[in-house]
Design a protein around this ligand. Sequence first.
Ligand code: ADP
Length: 655
Amino acid sequence: MAQEKHFFQSEAAELLKMMIHSVYSNREIFLRELISNASDALDKRRIEVLSNSEEYGAYEPQIRVLRDKENRTLTILDNGIGMSREEIVEYIGTIARSGTKEFLSAAGRNGSSSAREMLIGQFGVGFYSAFMVADRVELVSRRLGATEAWRFESTGDGSYSLEEATLPECGTSVKLFLRAAGEDEKDWVDEWVLRDIIRKYSDFIAWPISMNCSKWKDGAESVEDEVVNSRKAIWSRPEGEVTEDEYREFYRHLSHDWQEPLARLALNAEGSVNFRGLLFIPSQASFDIFMNEKSGGVSLYIGRVFIMNDCKDLIPEYLRFIRGVIDSEDLPLNISREILQEDPRVRVIRRSTLRKIFSSLRKMLEGEREKYEKFWSAFGGLFKQGVIQDRENAQTILELALFRSTFTMQPDSSENAEVKDAEKDKKSEWTTLDDCIKRMKPEQEGLYYITGRDASALRNSPKLEAFAEKGYEVLLLADPVDEFIMAQNSEYAEKKFLNVGSAEVQATGESERKEAEKKLDGLQGAFEPLKKQVMAALSDVLSDVRLSTRMKSSPACLVGDENAVSMQMEQLMRAMGREVPVARRVFELNPEHPVVRRLMSMAGAGNAETGDFISTLYDQALILDGGSLPDPGGFARRLSRIMDMALGENSKPAP
Ligand code: ADP
């Protein structure tokens, strides 16, 4: 078949140009990237072979690095899964990987070329980094199961050629036609230069990396293939023996994450099932953490033999941000995904790993609070889902959970930005439930909480006023999952969760309540006309209107009946496409407030404008509760009429 000419996708071409013109001094990382691709390809072949065992025969997995000093070429060969023609076009001709896109946008932001080059080192940016050292690259690949191979060739000038080729077995060979070496450049065909680089970045790769090395015997040189990586599984070495650099490279290889991990966790369990492992908590949520199944997870090895990546049975859903490896010699090598789920040994591994993760998180929470908060900001939302998914560990997860509260976020009393900033610096936004319990007042009936869309809006809710006056702390729950957590857990550490948005929950104690009720009873007669008018206007959205002592400075608020779903839950369920009847709420009015007092007497006197005031007061309460106005136009018109009235008393209109 004839040679075809293709063009790189424009981002890919841009990236290539950047590589070619980079003066980055640490070019050696090209080898790390190509070996890492080869290793991934061998992983993928193994997975495919495992699931179709009868179809594919035996093979000896390996990565080879071939130096040709005379012609100044370097070839990286693997007998991994290989690529079809379409895959070459898709993966090599276009930017497939998310990390590469992130790189481009980061490089765009940091315009200077030196900053860009720093980024190359961090990201690696895969296959394209070959063009840092080569002026021509030839890739030949044969997909597992195919008979034909394809040759890709490019000088990095924006286009590449494709033609049919042959390769004795499946896999990929990447041949680099090296550029003339610059002055202070390393010699990329020198055996010792290459040994060093492989040691430094790829020593832990589980597949053998062999290289054609010179041997001297009796004054004569011969060439022999030699395995140059130690292949020592990093997780089976004592922690003290592994350097931070080695851990870093391993994490990078595993996760394709260019940031340092937040924490590392070594597993070493001996008991009914023996296993070792190495887990990492990334420092940032990858943008696709909430939807992507593929990226990362925990890989399973059996006796240092790679079995599969992202093994879901080893780690629960809500911990899927964790990256790492678990290795056990006690599992049979021919285990399949289906059996895995049922295997009691796997369950033992999972349970003990989980315990270890919890205990190391607890340690971080107690000893490295700042780091823990970073962890929480990145993964807390996902982690919290465990309270719902994993009933067995719900209390442990609640113990590790961080929340915002009226203690950690004071209401916006100060308009002064400097004071606000100072407050922000002073204290963390987060509290644990245990700390919250420590601050409970003796007469407090439980752990109070309020739910809504945004913690900083919640802290100004009128429903908190009576609680604030008593000095009771209220949790500000603004995460959709919080609603479900509260719906499923009535208590923590024997303290009841109490929703301050519910009509039943009051800040007052028994005797106080009786007294307040007596006082309110005395006002009932005066309240009756207003009550009638409110219910006449709003009976389709309200189940009741009543006077209450819940508020101190606000005139009105909306609360839910004892069993009513909250406004948030209602909106959440609607967003999920469920039919939810509108729950009618209780409209509570503060008789201490001048607006409410006046409305009471206006309604009593049959004043025609009372209707406007009632509707506006209701709309206000609805907005404060995170609801949306059913008729914003009507609200605006009423507000204008009220403003007009208020202004009319104080000034004359312009002529
Ligand atoms: P990355 O490896 O970070 O995804 P690359 O640009 O290095 O980015 O490679 C893009 C894709 O090309 C890989 O994800 C893989 O699917 C494919 N690929 C690269 N090298 C090989 C190889 N040696 N064997 C099989 N597939 C490969």
